[in-house]
Write a protein that binds this ligand. Structure first.
Ligand SMILES: [Zn+2]
Length: 482
């Protein structure tokens, strides 16, 4: 939601907000679960019975279409491929094994010149765009049309929700990144209901021991079949429900996405909600999806996007070795992403998975980006804060919690940086943390690196006894997240 719409929404009474959510609900159902969705789900389900050879041949054919489209329609790729001595004839015969010969795509290209990756037609009529993540500053901008969106929903339906024995069309409760309760100091309810999709949307930013009865009564009233969302949000929800000694409705499955699900979070969520938790790994770029099977392994869905794991020398790593994630999307035919460096770390499994779905290669380990959770003076836990998202004035940013009510915003500015940016950041801080929030905005040349040389969007300097056992990883989808 853009800033102006957000202001109007925030100033509206609850009834008007519910009507806005209904309108959004219709639009999102049309965009995500339209006619192509059901056909695509069938196709993804059918390919589950294919052999590894059949699936690789299918992915290879889709890959050739993508690289040829890039060569013929996108000057950026034509130039890059030519620089590497790659010809059209080689692309016409490209195999999966030869993919590492093509140049890597730096994520900064998606941040600074996302339109340069659009096909000729898409440059003339750009599809809707989405921001990838606002936690570490200037997000990547991804363009995709309705059909691509439905591809993404279809592969998740077939390979995540169905594997968990549920459907995206079942009544769902979501703890996601959308701001639905606009102010930190808003009175309950801390949820909104999207009647079109039977979706109960729970606010990520109001979860505290004091507020937990409101969340529990909404869950008990709407009885969702599926509970889904960010692991950190679901974890705090579970923890406070247990601490408050409340009885909560048991969904059939819990599905987590957007961050790494740590073992202690899984244990707490499963104990409190009495349901199996299923982890999903994807990204807003729509180039990769890995989902958990009943044996707890993550399988990569090759017919949706190709995942490579490369070492420091740029070569593919052997099974069991940790490599950087590089992805090539097969579904998006408007903005073509070939060998995009996602910057997460993972390792291929050394053994086949007992579930037998090994045509979708299993992973041994997966490590996402690391960030901290914050604790508010009123007891709320906030593990995600998109304060920098969508600001052209900010190249990168970091939100540091120094004390319970004292924050430091480190900002690496772009040439467009202005006073307006300070005002917007201030407004977002007050919305998220309350009107009494104390903060300082400091313009810096670079964001200091955290442990492991990774940049972090959120750093919490409070002692661990205040924050509790939360130290999670983030790769947040913004609006796209359910
Ligand atoms: Zn498996």
């Amino acid at each position: 939601m853009n800033l102006h719409l957000m202001r109007i929404y925030a100033a509206s009474p609850l009834r008007v907000q519910q009507m806005a959510i209904l309108a959004f609900g219709w639009y999102w159902r049309y965009r995500r679960f339209g006619r192509a969705f059901h056909r695509l789900v069938q196709e993804y389900l059918e390919r589950e019975s294919w052999s590894a050879e059949q699936l690789r041949a299918y992915a290879e054919a889709r890959l050739r279409e993508q690289v040829l489209r890039a060569w013929r329609e996108i000057p950026y790729y034509r130039h890059r491929f030519a620089e590497h001595g790659i010809t059209e004839t080689q692309l016409e015969r490209l195999t999966l094994a030869e993919l590492p010969r093509l140049p890597l795509l730096d994520r900064n290209v998606l941040r600074t010149q996302p339109k340069s990756l659009l096909t000729r037609t898409a440059r003339m009529f750009p599809p809707r765009s989405f921001y990838s993540s606002g936690t570490t500053g200037r997000p990547a901008r991804v363009y995709f049309r309705r059909l691509t969106h439905q591809h993404n929903m279809a592969v998740r339906e077939a390979r995540c929700f169905r594997w968990a024995g549920v459907s995206q069309l079942d009544p769902r409760a979501v703890v996601g990144a959308k701001t639905i309760v606009p102010s930190a100091e808003a009175p309950p309810p801390y949820w909104r209901f999207n009647r079109v999709e039977h979706q109960l949307y729970l606010s990520l930013h109001h979860i505290s021991l004091k507020n937990i009865p409101d969340y529990v009564s909404a869950l008990n009233r709407f009885q969702p079949v599926v509970l889904e969302g960010l692991p950190s949000g679901l974890y705090f929800l579970a923890r406070f429900i247990r601490e408050a000694g409340l009885e909560v409705h048991r969904p059939k499955a819990v599905i987590t996405m957007g961050e790494k699900l740590e073992a202690h979070m899984r244990a707490e969520i499963e104990a409190v909600f009495g349901a199996r938790t299923w982890e999903e790994y994807g990204s807003v770029e729509n180039c990769v999806l890995a989902t958990e099977c009943e044996h707890g392994r993550m399988h990569v869905h090759l017919d949706f996007g190709i995942l490579e794991l490369i070492g420091a020398d740029g070569q593919p790593v052997r099974p069991g070795e940790i490599g950087e994630t590089v992805v090539t999307g097969l579904a998006n035919r408007d903005q073509i992403l070939i060998r995009l460096r996602l910057g997460d770390l993972a390792a291929w499994a050394t053994e086949a998975c007992p579930c037998g779905r090994n045509q979708f290669p299993p992973l041994a380990d997966l490590y996402g980006r690391v960030c901290d959770a914050m604790v508010m003076p009123d007891g709320r836990r906030v593990a995600m804060a998109n304060v920098f998202v969508g600001l052209d004035e900010v190249w990168e940013g970091q939100l540091v919690q120094q004390e319970l009510n004292k924050f430091l915003l480190l900002v690496v500015p772009t040439a467009k940086y202005s006073e307006r940016c300070r005002e917007v950041l201030g407004e977002r801080m007050r919305r998220l943390f309350g009107s009494g929030v104390r903060y300082e905005i400091r313009v810096v040349n670079e964001i200091p690196l955290g442990p492991g040389g990774k940049k972090r969007g959120i750093v919490c300097l409070l002692p661990p006894e205040l924050t509790g056992p939360i130290h999670t990883s983030c790769d947040l989808r913004d609006e796209q997240m359910s």
